[in-house]
Design a protein around this ligand. Structure first.
Ligand code: C2O
Ligand code: CU
Length: 498
């Protein structure tokens, strides 16, 4: 903790209150560094319409929205505990914001329109400035009408390097996305249509890595690569199959995890999720290996070919250590944690699942749960029939234009909390909490094997997932589905940490 000292101003306030209070008070987590000897790492980020080439030539460029003139936007890279300052200039004809997905920033820097800041109007500027508290793989994107703004190309990687990074030959970022293109190759303008909102979101027809339909990825035999996967798609879930390469997961959503080989070599990434993999290129020089994406049954497709050059880098794989140093996260205390139930309902086929869940939850459900759930679902279904909202968190669908809603939960600051989430829908939902990382502690009552820290957890249809964390970052924080059409259809709420 002392590695993340406070800024002068906060420190004065803290010392004053500490002096006034008795010993033994809980120390707050420190969000800002003190006097910064070095100037912050400054980045200019212009948001504007532009052009990008998704397909290799001779295909032409298409109209898109760009950060810094490109898709994805520029990779922002800083060292852990460095201070980052991003000057955002809005060249769009509409409002926008920038959210630093997964980065534990102070509330005012979180980029949520109306909730944490006034949206940045056309032609306006906004300066974001925060300390890179955690090392890891993060990304940035707008939080204003995200279902259209992200889909048009507004997203970019934010890499925070460990002070002692894992030793590898190459550090590579793959930002995955898919696009719904028309026959003429333009971005289809049917953003946020009712069908996408009520089903599994806007799944596109063209997959890109770093904004390009990939051809081959060139490697050398014996090379060790740290591959940072980021899912920037609105709705597509990716599950690349790295079987032959025996991938080792070293971090999820930026947070280190005890290194492990994923089941069957498959890395499942819902929208907004990240995974850092160590890949040892153990194939023969001159060979090719195909990476297939296998998430949707019957819809497997080749994501990319790995092409080995004729000259190996080394014989065999290096034996360098894999584990990453831990980030300064507070361990939740499950004994004293508050318990909170959250139920997701809605979507097409929701009623059927709702009834099914009622039966499933019946006998084993905590007291009052079944009745509460049924009434939530009943109310939700009525609301859905009568309006354009489609998804509900504890029976309430949010208005997507406003993020400043009444808190669904108030969590005591610096205390531990368990959130038990029940997915009473027929669909997957990647659920994201702002301002915090949480441990995923159980799925359907079974403790998770890796107790992974995440900021976005993929919840399967009918699944119950428990997360736990210390609510150490004060403010009103978004809690929402990261399928951006579900979010637009009401699947968001606010958790207050006070
Ligand atoms: Cu990636 Cu609420 O956002
Ligand atoms: Cu969802």
């Amino acid at each position: 903790m002392s590695r993340f000292p406070m800024p002068a101003q906060t420190r004065r306030a803290f010392l004053a209150s500490a002096a006034a209070s008795t010993a033994g008070a809980v120390l707050p987590v420190l969000w800002r560094s003190p006097v910064h000897a070095a100037a912050p790492h400054e980045v200019q980020l212009r948001v504007a319409p532009g052009r990008t080439r998704l397909m290799p030539e001779p295909s032409g460029e298409i109209a898109a929205w760009c950060y810094g003139g490109t898709v994805p936007g520029p990779e922002i890279r800083v060292r852990q505990s460095e201070r980052l300052r991003v000057v955002v200039e809005n060249g769009l004809a509409e409002e926008t914001t920038v959210h630093w997905h997964g980065v534990r920033v102070p509330h005012a820097m979180d980029g949520v329109p109306h909730l944490t800041q006034k949206p940045i109007g056309a032609g306006e500027r906004f300066v974001y400035e925060f300390d890179a508290v955690d090392a890891g793989t993060f990304w940035y994107h707008p939080h204003q009408r995200s279902f259209e703004q992200v889909e048009r190309g507004l997203y970019g990687p934010l890499i925070i390097e460990e002070r002692e990074p894992a030793h590898v030959d190459r550090d590579v970022t793959w930002m995955l996305d898919d696009w719904r293109l028309t026959k003429s190759g333009a971005i289809s303008e049917d953003f946020g249509n009712r069908h996408d909102i009520h089903h599994n979101g806007r799944v596109g027809n063209t997959v890109t890595i770093n904004g390009r339909v990939p051809d081959t990825f060139a490697v050398r035999a014996g090379e060790r690569i740290r591959l940072r996967l980021i899912n920037a798609a609105n709705a597509r879930i990716f599950s690349p199959d790295f079987t032959d390469l025996q991938p080792i997961v070293i971090a999820l959503d930026g947070q280190p995890v005890a290194p492990y080989p994923p089941d069957g070599g498959l890395v499942v990434l819902g929208p907004a999720m990240r995974a850092d993999l160590i890949l040892d290129m153990t194939g023969k020089p001159g060979r090719r290996v195909s990476i297939f994406d296998r998430f949707y049954e019957g819809l497997e497709y080749k994501l990319v070919d790995i092409a080995y050059s004729d000259t190996p880098l080394r014989e065999g794989a290096p034996d360098w250590p894999l584990a990453l140093p831990a980030n300064p996260l507070l361990e939740p205390d499950l004994e004293t944690a508050s318990r909170n139930e959250v139920v997701f309902t809605g979507g097409m086929m929701g009623q059927m699942v709702a009834q099914g869940m009622g039966e499933i939850m019946g006998p084993g459900a905590p007291g009052g749960m079944t009745r509460d759930m049924n009434s939530m679902m009943g109310g939700g279904m009525m609301q859905m029939m009568n309006s354009s909202t489609a998804w509900f968190i504890n029976g309430i669908a949010a208005d997507q234009a406003r993020h400043d809603m009444k808190p669904a939960l108030t969590l005591a600051r610096n205390k531990s909390h368990v959130i038990a989430m029940t997915n009473a829908t027929a669909w997957h939902h990647p659920i994201h909490l702002h301002g915090h990382s949480f441990r995923v502690i159980s799925r359907n009552g079974q403790p998770t094997r890796h107790r992974e820290w995440q900021d976005t957890v993929l919840v399967s249809p009918r699944e119950k997932v428990e997360i736990a964390f210390v609510a150490d970052n004060p403010g009103d924080w978004m809690f929402h589905c990261h399928i951006l059409e579900h979010q637009a259809g009401g699947m968001m709420a606010v958790f207050r940490v006070a």
